[in-house]
Design a protein around this ligand. Sequence first.
Ligand code: PRP
Ligand code: URA
Length: 209
Amino acid sequence: MGTVTIMDHPLIQHKISLIRNKKTGTRDFRAIISEIAMLECYESTRDLVLEDVDIETPICKTTGKRLAGKKLAIIPILRAGLGMVEGLEKLIPSAKVGHIGMYRDPATLKPVEYYCKLPADIDKRDVFVVDPMCATGGSAIDAINALKEHGCNNIRFLCIIAAPEGLKALQEAHPDVDIIVGALDEKLNDHGYIVPGLGDAGDRIFGTK
Ligand code: PRP
Ligand code: URA
């Protein structure tokens, strides 16, 4: 059974308040999204497996720990997920990056996939799917369906703000997936936006509105 972690760390709560503020401009918004993603990555990599490594310090020989060489992949859901990639790459620089393009049909709120390019050996990698927003959960559910069709069986989903409806739908659709959420908000409004949320994450990251 996958775990759900709602991040209660003061730094994350502080940073999420900054990006909720409509006065926060593109440059700061982008930088803070990346910082939150890095903190979520730190939390979600707690269970990575270590192995012993012999080291010689300037003082003596010792045995240290290193990551046991697990292959990782970061999969942003375009567009807004792109804003989280840099933060994860800082902590796991050898991860490969694949892309899944999805947009929500504004009338039906259903996700439409328009792009998918994944590392060739994606089925052998532990996967971090990233998207700042989980509203109805449809985009995350479909992106994870696509990854499972490509043979992935170890998937985590990192988002910054989730609505209760989306989190529930995602858990029901993919009970095996570990989910990391920066903040769990109140609800969705009639247009499928998260309340209080932060508006349209893609537009705010890329300055398109
Ligand atoms: C946003 C967001 C998620 C999706 C969440 O993307 O980045 O991908 O909506 O909504 P859901 O949980 O109801 O599927 P959007 O469709 O606005 O595309 P964009 O990232 O290109 O702006
Ligand atoms: N997508 C966003 O970018 N924001 C929301 O509140 C919901 C979906």
